[in-house]
Design a protein around this ligand. Structure first.
Ligand code: MN
Length: 305
């Protein structure tokens, strides 16, 4: 099953792409849907009655997933996928955790050693945007970079999860672009300030449930910038595996429904080139992860698009 968050065609905020509307769109929770073929089935249809907020829907657990599947097969209100505006599948995640230096070739391109311990940082949840939303180059830096990552969307509250039980907490998988402002990132050891500029958390287009993904530890991850293939790896190359990550995080704090975990990026980021190849206004970043989907976003200068 593929789950999405969307604004319907008649929503007053739909179709607004202006940069000064970023907060409106990024903060919009929209409605929840199941995607069936080229249609979105509205789970907030009163006949279905599920929450419009994805994190709230996921918190209802397996019964909500069954209700969503039933709605997809029934007569609930629906639109053509092309006619709605997709938001990030969880537009306002409770938290967004991301691991750094989790592919050997990526640590090498940045002249670092593979880490002994898992290296985690937060992306502020306000940076999350959906497919097609512009990635903004901020006025204070043009060192803007892309990072393709498999995203885990958490489906239940969990603490102290053993690595071999990690799938118990997973609602599904999505694509995350961990957009990074490298000079701001590297000025401090925590990375946080360079990872959380507005619009720098593109996520989507869908949450794909584990039954449709196959082995999440063997998925091809590819990034193109303007059609130029930059990243090409598989999740089999992760240094710390998906189960290890869930175990490590839940050793310290709970994961909660709707949390997004970005699992690290392979080699091929712009910072790895000499000279670096930063994203420029007018570029288009396309990330494809097998079985999970394609996330594409244009790049624009803040205040001009
Ligand atoms: Mn990253």
């Amino acid at each position: 099953m593929r789950l999405a968050s969307f604004l319907p065609p008649d929503d007053h905020t739909a179709g607004r792409d202006r940069i000064d509307d970023v907060q409106v769109v990024a903060g919009a929770r929209g409605r929840t849907a199941v995607v069936v073929g080229d249609q979105v089935v509205d789970l907030t249809d009163p006949a279905v009655g599920l929450p419009g907020d994805m994190a709230a829907l996921l918190a209802l657990g397996p019964s909500a997933m069954e209700a969503a599947a039933a709605a997809a097969a029934g007569a609930a209100r629906r639109w053509a996928l092309d006619d709605v505006r997709l938001l990030a599948p969880v537009p306002t995640p409770p938290k967004v955790m991301a691991i750094g230096m989790n592919y050997r070739a990526h640590t090498a391109e940045l002249q670092r050693e593979p880490p002994e311990y898992q290296y985690w940082f937060n992306k502020q949840r306000t940076c999350v945007v959906g497919p097609g939303h512009p990635i903004l180059v901020p006025p204070v830096s043009d060192w803007v970079d892309y990072e393709a990552e498999l995203g885990i969307v958490v489906g239940r509250r969990a603490r102290a999860v053993p690595a071999d039980r990690w799938l118990d907490v997973v609602a599904g998988f999505t694509v995350v672009n961990d957009v990074s402002v490298r000079d701001w990132q590297w000025r401090t050891p925590t990375f946080t300030m360079g990872k959380s500029f507005d619009t720098h958390g593109p996520t989507g287009p869908f949450i794909v449930t584990p039954d449709e993904v196959g082995d999440p530890g063997a998925l091809a991850v590819k990034t193109w910038v303007n059609g130029d293939l930059r990243q090409d790896a598989t999740t089999a190359d992760l240094l710390f595996g998906l189960g290890q990550m869930v175990e490590f995080l839940t050793t310290v704090f709970p994961l909660e429904p709707g949390d997004v975990i970005a699992t690290g990026t392979p080699a091929g980021v712009g910072a790895g080139f000499d000279p670096p190849r930063w994203l420029q206004p007018g570029d288009v970043v396309r990330i494809e992860i097998d079985q999970v989907g394609v996330l594409q976003n244009p790049v624009a200068a803040a205040g001009t698009a």
